[in-house]
Write a protein that binds this ligand. Structure first.
Ligand code: CU
Length: 290
């Protein structure tokens, strides 16, 4: 409601939210109205006045039991219906579970067959950034240093999410609901034909000290812009690798962490402007990649 809803998932969730909010406002007005009415109408007039004592009122008790129960039951069916519409659940004919244990090949196959998908991106949640691997395109990218997830407009994008350390959550409200990313599990989310634009999300599960920095920015661009970006990214990643002589490792170091300093530190550059501890941490990280 506060951000534009641009995919079918987000629109379905938003209308459920609007209905719930509307009902809540109606209940609020009735309850508050009655409280104010009772407080004013039955205000004590003398210090020794004792109010009229009433016990049991069948009509009233039935009213405040049946009406709320009806509202709750209605919300249950509306929510279940919305949930079934979301892309992560597949279709009624072939339902899928969009979360499974890492390595469960059968569950994985069902996901692959569930929906026509144009772009598949592996998303690794790490403390405290998202790392993107574009499977078909063969490029890597990261949310560090304001990096956005770049996707083409009007296409169906599937994100294969995995956590490499602690619990994270992927949430870009314009595209739909929140999805927890548990270590040891694969979680899938579809972004269905998004329009061009810039969308901001946030890791939505507290994942450590820099949790607040863990944004999920998504830039939806035209197909031409997307293709150009992929080409540039490929050239950039290939270029760095050749200079270092060791293509594989160079590309890995430069891109994998998404740290703009990784390359400099790997070359032994002392003037990175980083604290000693940060250099030690990054060096350890680079070594872990070897
Ligand atoms: Cu996180």
């Amino acid at each position: 409601m506060l951000v534009p809803t641009v995919t079918a998932d987000a629109i379905a969730i938003n209308s459920l939210y609007s209905i719930t909010l509307f009902l809540a406002v109606v209940v609020f007005i009735i309850v508050q109205g009655l409280i104010i009415y009772a407080a004013v109408k039955f205000k004590r007039k003398h210090a020794d006045e004792i109010p009229y004592q009433d016990h049991g009122n069948m009509k009233l008790e039935l009213f405040w039991t049946v009406v709320p129960a009806f509202i709750v039951i209605m919300l249950f069916f509306l929510s279940a219906n919305t949930l079934a519409q979301l892309s992560g659940t597949g279709t009624t004919a072939s339902p899928i579970n969009n979360v499974h244990k890492v390595g469960d090949e059968n569950a994985r196959r069902r996901i692959e067959e569930a929906k026509r998908t144009d772009v598949v991106i592996e998303v690794d949640g790490r403390q405290w950034f998202w790392q993107y691997k574009y499977i078909k395109e063969g490029v890597r990218h990261s949310s560090q240093d304001n990096g956005e997830l770049i996707i083409p407009e009007g296409k169906t994008v599937r994100l294969d999410l995995q956590s490499r350390d602690v619990l994270h959550a992927w949430w870009v409200p314009s595209f739909g609901g929140n999805l927890y990313v548990n270590p040891g599990e694969m979680s899938y989310v579809w972004i269905d034909r998004p329009p061009k634009g810039y969308y901001i999300g946030q890791c939505n599960a507290y994942c450590g000290l820099q949790h607040a920095q863990m944004l999920s920015r998504v830039k939806v661009v035209s197909q031409v812009e997307y293709d150009t970006w992929v080409k540039l990214k490929k050239a950039e990643q290939g270029g760095v690798a050749t200079e270092n002589g060791d293509a594989q490792r160079g590309a890995q170091i430069y891109v994998d962490g998404g740290y703009k300093y990784a390359d400099a530190i790997a070359k032994g550059d002392k003037n990175t402007g980083l604290q000693a501890q940060e250099i030690a941490d990054l060096s350890a990280y680079i070594n872990s990649l070897k």
